[in-house]
Design a protein around this ligand. Structure first.
Ligand code: NAD
Ligand code: MG
Length: 298
């Protein structure tokens, strides 16, 4: 028997064989170009029908946390649409193949969600390809560290907000008319909303906005039977980190600040999203599930 997410093991010793190096990637970064590959549960995630018949859209599902979520959703019985940037086609193709391997439908849409037209069209296309929608995971995100506010350009500030906050708004608004009672919206926040780094002023503040947007919307939608929740990851080994998310030289030691003393892997996030997507969490609304290696949050 191989290990799966139910295997009894010491969390402080897991993934010791994955050792991130000081690596830099241009653009959004590719999982296929990571010096030491991240774990998305490819070999370990075992489904048990928790999302049978569901139809999900996961933005940024080509790599990192979104990829782990897409794989888990498919293995739990959902059809899954993923979105990604055109430059990420190779990563997306790999994840779509893993979705199809489960026997579920996997569809991919390449484009830039900072375009409201693409963002809205993405939802329409996902709905038409999947034949409906009942799980929306707003996960795509942009993170670029800048040491001095005087060097934080208006363009970067705008792009970070467009990617992390505006796109979530556009996509959620477009999805809403399609979401029947029982549907679930899950937004991806960050430990940065609670314990912001001095180099991530724009990014950290978008994550606080995501939290409060989600709590407010959860109040509005609960009476309609649609639940909104948040997952707030800690330091997770993904391409975003190598593509300017952190100073390159910090990569080998990121995660040491957590009580577990290590990076998290995308595969460790997926069960939180599965829980919040499924009817198991029917009474969980406006909640933030922290998956951060033990860093205390308010
Ligand atoms: P990732 O690079 O694997 O995923 C981010 C994805 O966002 C990319 O794959 C890309 O497809 C998508 N994206 C970015 N800009 C886009 C644009 N303009 N148009 C369309 N798609 C775009 O990295 P990840 O770490 O898995 O990030 C997923 C989410 O997790 C993000 O919201 C990120 O802020 C959040 N998060 C990550 C960490 C971490 O340590 N890695 C911690 C907390 C929160
Ligand atoms: Mg990617």
């Amino acid at each position: 028997m191989t290990d799966d997410q139910y295997t009894f093991q010491d969390p402080s010793k897991m993934f010791a064989d994955i050792t991130p190096s000081a690596q830099y990637q241009e653009g959004a970064g590719l999982d296929s170009e990571l010096d030491d590959r991240a774990d998305h549960g490819e070999k370990t995630y075992r489904g048990s029908g928790r999302l049978t018949g569901r139809k999900a859209l996961v933005t940024g599902g080509d790599s990192g946390i979104g990829a782990a979520v897409a794989i888990a959703f498919a293995r739990e019985g959902a059809d899954v649409a993923i979105s990604y940037l055109p430059e990420e086609q190779e990563d997306a193709a790999r994840i779509l193949a893993l979705i199809e391997e489960t026997g579920q439908k996997g569809v991919g849409f390449a484009g830039d969600i900072t375009s409201p037209d693409f963002a809205r069209g993405l939802v329409a296309d996902a709905v038409s390809e999947l034949g409906g929608l009942d799980v929306l995971v707003n996960n795509a995100g942009k993170q670029q560290f800048v040491e001095d506010l005087l060097d934080l350009s208006d363009e970067q500030f705008d792009e970070t907000y467009k990617t992390n906050v505006y796109a979530m708004f556009w996509i959620t608004k477009a999805a809403l008319p399609h979401l029947a009672p029982g549907s679930s919206i899950i937004n991806t926040s960050s430990i940065q909303a609670y314990s912001p780094s001095e180099t991530l002023v724009d990014y950290a503040s978008t994550k606080a906005a995501i939290n409060t947007f989600s709590k407010a919307l959860s109040q509005q939608l609960a009476p309609k039977g649609i639940r909104v929740n948040v997952v707030a990851p800690g330091p997770i080994w993904t391409p975003l980190q190598t593509a300017g998310g952190q100073p390159t030289e910090a990569l080998p030691t990121v995660g040491e600040e957590t009580p577990l003393g290590r990076w998290g892997q995308p595969s460790e996030l997926a069960p939180a999203y599965v829980f919040l997507a499924s009817g198991e969490s029917s009474y969980v609304i406006g909640e933030t599930l922290h998956v951060n290696g033990g860093m205390p949050t308010p």
